[in-house]
Design a protein around this ligand. Sequence first.
Ligand SMILES: *[C@@H]1O[C@H](CO)[C@@H](O)[C@H](O)[C@H]1NC(C)=O
Ligand SMILES: *[C@@H]1O[C@H](CO)[C@@H](O)[C@H](O)[C@H]1NC(C)=O
Ligand SMILES: *[C@@H]1O[C@H](CO)[C@@H](O)[C@H](O)[C@H]1NC(C)=O
Length: 371
Amino acid sequence: MIKSKSKTLVAIYALIMLLFLVDGYNCKIVQFIFGDSLSDVGNNNYLSKSLARANLPWYGIDFDNGLPNGRFSNGRTVADIIGDSMGLPRPPAFLDPNLNEDLVLKNGVNYASGGGGILNETGSFFVQRLSLYKQIELFQGTQVLIRAKIGDTEADKFFQEARYVVALGSNDFINNYLMPIYSDSWTYNDNSFIQYMMGIFREQLILLHGLGARQLMVFGLGPMGCIPLQRVLSSSGDCQDRTNKLALSFNQASTQLLDDLSSTLPNASFRFGDAYDVVNDLITNPNKYGFSNSDSPCCSFGKIRPALTCVPASILCKDRSKYVFWDEYHPSDSANQLIATELIKKFGFKPVNETESPSPAPSMAPSADGN
Ligand SMILES: *[C@@H]1O[C@H](CO)[C@@H](O)[C@H](O)[C@H]1NC(C)=O
Ligand SMILES: *[C@@H]1O[C@H](CO)[C@@H](O)[C@H](O)[C@H]1NC(C)=O
Ligand SMILES: *[C@@H]1O[C@H](CO)[C@@H](O)[C@H](O)[C@H]1NC(C)=O
């Protein structure tokens, strides 16, 4: 009796173990983020020769312990805020020496790098930065490690269920096409340059799809002709009209590209969203949104502008929450909140419930037909 009972127990136990093994790693839904300084969470701090680093005060002053953390802002990035709202963990920087397979499975990876662009040649002025192709190459390396760790079947599932963010493009204009030191500036005109970028961008997004990306968001460009750095280029201090028009053309072309890819690549929900109009309105009518300044950086090197970045000797504005721009290039935490809210509305996604992992019903996924 006792013997057969324990036999039964052993059998049940074995069955449970087997089910557990078959179910494998219970992979969570995580994010993989590709981008530039607007999404960098520390990669450039590990590129010792990079001229684009947010490793000095007063970067990060409104984030956690207030020390610089690699974000080019006083607080959170737009991707931080959107990920939080979806209930997803914030992925660590790829170059963080603590990153290992367990952390990738738990939190995903952020490959974003200040100065990086869609084009390889963009941002060469910064000496070191990870362009989008490079970031994708690093992601391929991550995949090899994860496949070795959990096997192909589980890895396929893990990478297909993950959420992808791709947010680049402004450096391709500001730190390439619009700068006469770059050959792209005399090789192309406004239209042909955007065509050229879209050809490359299409290949990159198809490459990501081939690596498993199914649910992917592309963040568009804001009115980048109104960043403080662009305003100082004109004697009047006005926004650069041509630069803003380029951002609008990029957004328009990207919308088409993403619609096209979403309807042709199998199972792809690739979406484009931008906050151009809202940010433009914010810049024109800051008071309407509770801001007081929309044309100069909160962290500023006084009259000797444009300083490349915010530095320890800079003077800070009194109320950081009322400035649209944190430095010459980048929005403040409070502006990022506004941008993120707009993007969330555009993408129309629902939060991912972590407790319901590992097998979210398809109905929980951001709806492909969405608003
Ligand atoms: C861009 O860089 C990647 C490596 O990061 C390389 O494989 C690719 O050939 C480059 N493309 C061009 C057009 O130079
Ligand atoms: C698309 O989804 C279906 C159903 O989940 C699956 O059987 C198929 O393998 C997927 N195809 C690709 C290319 O992901
Ligand atoms: C997600 O969780 C929240 C509370 O934690 C719950 O109210 C909501 O219904 C859940 N959503 C789904 C789709 O299960």
